[in-house]
Design a binder for this molecule. Structure first.
Ligand code: FNR
Length: 369
């Protein structure tokens, strides 16, 4: 169908389901176990209600902001997703090209299907285009050292260390297919095999280190002075520890519900931080990001009103370039999201990101259950 007939992110998902090969759909869409956390992440946004403010002259809406010092046009970034080429042959390169044109930040995964070098070459926003590198620590630290130094030299703007998957969640949709697929040259080199026998996710993650701990932070710091973000904080206690370790940012995330099932919704973690560690929100020295289940402009403004700097989306970017839509599909998806964010900022009474505040939300329902 023509892109103009797609009106929301859900429309892209439905089309992707029709057109993606069964194993790619299973790998992309899967959550762990009963997929309770995956569903709950989305539901949490529905449980927060807006308290729109009126008569605020909302003729001019500015959605721009800064992520780790980099200018972006929207408080939305492309989160790390493995093997984007199942959706489109150029995968992560397509996303990099679109991100440059749209002024978006992108987090490139260790498990990308394209080489980091080719992704950097696909940039359309010049050297300043904000591309960050998502790091999975390898079982052999020396390999991670090489990976980090290569990434730093390529011109990425920060390292985001994923901490929510020291072991891989049980993704049954994916495992059932035991798909035989080409996971890309990068990943063959990393894991030394190309034929998944336990689903795509398990094959990819066979080299991920379960040994990482808080000392890993200092170790990465010793290799680079680039901004460092911890991705996968799931409770206020760890947000406080991250703050004490002076990281530049954290992502409240449970890996899109793919790691531990029944882990609480990231939005609840954000609420916990507001309640029990308000100092983190006040000092602003550590930026807070959040991802999982964000599909609407209203979801975005709710997270921002609770103090998030920006939100990450994973699956929707994959779906948007599938079905042969490529760059045009992803640009249409961003256009939809941009319009929804602008419209809902206006309806809530905020003309710029900094005007989104807690008073615009009623969180009673979310807190109650
Ligand atoms: C992911 N995610 C992820 N995260 C990460 O740190 N490294 C990775 O390699 C991947 N790979 C990956 C593949 C696929 C197919 C998905 C769907 C997700 C998690 C991702 O960055 C993000 O946390 C979630 O996808 C956010 O949830 P939504 O927006 O997909 O609901």
């Amino acid at each position: 169908p023509p892109l103009s007939t797609l009106l929301n992110l859900r429309d892209f998902e439905q089309i992707a389901e029709k057109y993606l090969p069964a194993n790619a759909w299973a790998y992309y869409t899967a959550g762990a176990d009963d997929e309770y956390s995956k569903a709950e992440a989305e539901l949490a946004y529905r449980k927060v209600l807006l308290r729109p403010r009126i008569l605020r002259n909302v003729g001019n809406i500015d959605t721009s902001t800064k992520i780790l010092g980099c200018d972006v046009s929207l408080p939305v970034y492309m989160s790390a997703v493995g093997i984007a080429k199942f959706a489109h042959p150029q995968g992560e390169c397509t996303l990099a090209a679109v991100a440059g044109r749209e002024g978006l930040a992108q987090l490139v995964a260790t498990r990308s299907s394209m080489s980091l070098q080719s992704i950097m070459q696909a940039r359309t926003g010049g050297d300043q285009q904000p591309i960050f590198f998502q790091l999975y620590m390898h079982k052999y630290q020396k390999i991670s050292e090489t990976t980090i130094l290569k990434a730093v030299n390529s011109g990425i703007k920060g390292i985001w260390l994923t901490v929510d998957s020291p072991v891989t969640g049980k993704r049954e949709r994916d495992e059932r297919l035991k798909a035989e697929v080409d996971v890309g040259e990068q990943n063959k080199q990393l894991s030394g095999k190309s034929q998944p026998v336990q689903g795509i996710a398990k094959t990819l993650s066979s080299t991920v280190s379960p040994y990482l701990d808080w000392n890993t932070i200092a170790w990465i710091r010793s290799l680079t002075s680039l901004p460092l973000v911890i991705k996968g904080i799931q409770c206020v206690e760890d947000a406080v520890l991250a703050y004490q370790h002076n990281v530049d940012g954290i992502v409240l995330s449970n890996h899109g519900g793919r790691s531990q099932d029944t882990a609480q919704a990231p939005l609840l973690t954000l609420l916990e931080i507001n309640k029990y560690a308000p100092i983190i929100m006040k000092t602003k020295k550590m930026q807070i990001f959040i991802d999982g289940g964000i599909r609407r402009g209203t979801d975005v403004i709710k997270a921002l009103a609770l103090g998030a700097t920006a939100v990450g989306l994973g699956r929707p970017f994959l779906y948007s370039m599938s079905a042969g839509y490529g760059e045009a599909g992803t640009r249409r998806m961003i256009e939809i999201l941009r319009e929804e964010i602008e419209m809902n900022m206006a309806l809530a009474g905020a003309t710029k990101i900094s005007e989104l505040e807690m008073g615009m939300l009623n969180t009673a329902r979310l807190e109650r259950d």
